[in-house]
Design a protein around this ligand. Structure first.
Ligand code: HEM
Ligand SMILES: *[C@@H]1O[C@H](CO)[C@@H](O)[C@H](O)[C@H]1NC(C)=O
Ligand SMILES: *[C@@H]1O[C@H](CO)[C@@H](O)[C@H](O)[C@H]1NC(C)=O
Ligand SMILES: *[C@@H]1O[C@H](CO)[C@@H](O)[C@H](O)[C@H]1NC(C)=O
Length: 520
């Protein structure tokens, strides 16, 4: 070939590259009409990756929506949407599939689970088996859930708080919340005979919490560069230290062992009492496979374990971070503690702690009565609003051309996402959005309340909305009703309470120590 032919080919490649990576995305793509967060977002993801790396994404996206309206372009093929009709409703109620992000960040045993599955058909099959036991009426009437609350909250946590209060000792409540919520959930999930005891067993607590949380420092690489992790690993560079991975594996093994034991228990045909059922495991197992006597050979062992892992980890961490902020807000606001306690004293029978006397199920107020308490509900809603534990973008892939945030013809394949941390801080829906004001949920008119509920997005919405929200309400409401019936709290000491800025959030300092004071 003539040399000028090579130049010709090179020129064509160069020009089509310029067109594809610069001219088209920046000027011709329908996305070009959407305001950029930064000028480089038209053709590069550097800005959004930098925001994630420096942990200011949620804050920055909020600022840009305030300035630029309901749609903001964050990258060549990434748009943040902050409105309801051609936003939340179209994307999340429309069943747009999830991207790779979820698998990268949340698959365990190398296997997808309920949380990470991309398309809504496969997802629906997994969810079908579990949706009934997670419904509000099932959770509220579950004997196993009540027995779990009795064992964990009333007979482990409250005695521990009582003891600390008589000795005038402070308690660190982030780990106490994690432990209480995980133990309660696991008793219900696998049955009480297979329950955990993080509240009292320090060894199990350290194994689970250190193993689980150790990896959260490395989510940037996990979420966005999973193949870089494995490539570098081959040449001996460990972006995630081996010790961190090993610690996480212990948690995976812990969950797998519970699945195996629950499977064996069911296969044995042993009669289980009505307050000791593997409430979540049993239907999941039935949904996926036939019960098999050989524990290591039951079909779908790892996919099932992966689903169970997504449940018990999802259960303690989100509710635990929410509970921590609730403790923090209440502890600095004695007037709300008084209001809450007055409401709680009206319960029949009231929840009370009597030192040295184990609580029976019949001593515990019904979950329906706890659920109906307006002040407790308002306090929890306001905490979920101001301190969402999933504040970050929940990405979805556009399946067909559509209009979003007022912009037409958003092309298929574009990633779109909304942020609870932005929706929850719209000043026209939630005046003084950065203030914790439970009264906004109590004093609102029916119309105002309807608008607030539409914009409240703590649990997401649509087909991929949080599966565990009723369990979350159930367990957190009991936790606070149980404690504030007999105690007031004050802050003793705390680390940095600023929430980490990312997909998930909790206090950066990871430490909140409270003093509990007995009220009779
Ligand atoms: C305060 C407590 C909780 C909050 C704020 C919360 C929040 C959320 C959010 C925002 C999502 C959607 C995430 C996304 O699509 O990016 C989600 C999904 C999910 N949550 Fe929760 N959650 C809570 C408690 C729980 C509990 C107690 C469980 C289980 C026992 C649970 C299990 C799940 C599962 C399985 C999904 C995936 C659902 C699906 O894809 O179908 N969550 N949660
Ligand atoms: C599942 O996804 C398809 C294609 O995006 C959509 O048309 C359908 O409505 C979705 N179904 C549900 C239940 O979300
Ligand atoms: C909970 O908070 C911790 C920081 O204290 C954070 O690392 C973790 O990602 C948070 N988890 C969730 C589910 O919000
Ligand atoms: C807890 O509060 C109830 C209701 O006020 C009271 O009857 C009970 O004695 C209190 N328990 C303790 C240990 O003071």
């Amino acid at each position: 070939m003539e040399p000028h032919l090579y130049y010709g080919i090179a020129l064509v490649i160069f020009i089509s590259g310029i067109y594809k990576f610069l001219v088209y995305p920046a000027f011709l793509s329908p996305l070009a009409k959407i305001p950029n967060a930064h000028w480089s977002c038209s053709f590069s993801s550097v800005w959004i990756l930098w925001m994630k790396w420096t942990k200011q994404e949620n804050r920055q996206v909020y600022k840009h929506h305030m300035e630029k309206g309901p749609a903001v372009r964050l990258g060549p093929s990434l748009v943040s949407i902050n409105c309801y009709d051609d936003g939340l409703k179209r994307i999340y109620l429309g069943g747009f599939p999830k991207p790779e992000f979820y698998f990268n960040g949340f698959a365990v045993y190398g296997t997808p689970n309920l949380f990470t599955i991309k398309d809504n058909i496969t997802h629906a099959a997994h969810k079908k088996a579990l949706s009934s036991c997670f419904s509000k009426s099932s959770v509220m009437s579950s004997q196993t859930a009540r027995a779990a609350t009795r064992d964990v909250l009333f007979n482990r946590v409250l005695p521990l708080i009582y003891k600390a209060s008589t000795e005038n000792k402070a308690i660190e409540v982030i780990e106490l919340s994690y432990s209480c919520l995980l133990d309660t959930f696991v008793q219900w999930q696998f049955g009480r005979s297979l329950g955990s005891n993080l509240v009292e067993d320090e060894k199990e607590r350290r194994m689970y919490l250190d193993g689980f949380l150790g990896i959260s420092e490395y989510t940037f690489w996990q979420y966005h560069f999973p193949s870089l992790i494995s490539v570098l690993q081959k040449v001996g560079i460990h972006l995630i230290p081996k010790s961190v991975l090993r610690a996480f594996e212990l948690v995976e093994n812990w969950n797998l062992e519970k699945c195996d034991q629950a499977q064996q228990l069911l296969a044995s045909g042993q009669q289980l009492s009505s307050d000791d059922q593997p409430v979540a495991f049993e239907p999941a197992l039935k949904g996926m496979s036939e019960i098999d006597a050989k524990p290591k050979a039951y079909p779908q062992r790892l996919p099932l374990a992966s689903d169970m892992f997504s449940l018990n980890s999802g259960a303690f961490e989100t509710s635990g971070n929410t509970s921590t902020y609730l403790f923090w807000e209440l502890s600095r606001r004695p007037e709300w503690q008084t209001k809450l306690r007055e409401e709680l004293l009206g319960l029949n029978p009231p929840l009370k702690h009597t030192p040295g006397k184990p609580v029976e199920i019949d001593d515990i107020t019904s979950p329906q009565d706890i659920d109906k308490l307006p002040i407790l509900h308002a306090i929890l809603m306001e905490t979920l609003r101001l301190w969402p534990s999933v504040p970050g973008g929940q990405p979805r892939i556009v399946p067909r051309p559509c209009t979003l945030g007022g912009y037409h013809n958003i092309p298929p394949g574009t990633t779109v996402q909304s942020y609870a941390s932005v929706l929850h801080r719209m000043p026209d829906v939630f005046p003084s959005p950065f203030e914790w004001k439970p009264e906004r949920w109590l004093d609102a008119s029916q119309e105002e309340l309807a608008v607030m509920r539409k914009w409240f997005w703590g649990f997401g919405s649509g087909g991929r909305m949080c599966l565990g929200l009723h369990f979350a309400y159930y367990s957190m409401k009991f936790l606070f009703a149980g404690i504030y019936s007999n105690f007031t709290t004050t802050v003793h000491d705390n680390g940095d309470m600023e929430p980490s800025d990312g997909y998930l959030a909790g206090p950066i300092g990871h430490r909140l120590e409270l003093k509990f004071h007995l009220v009779e």
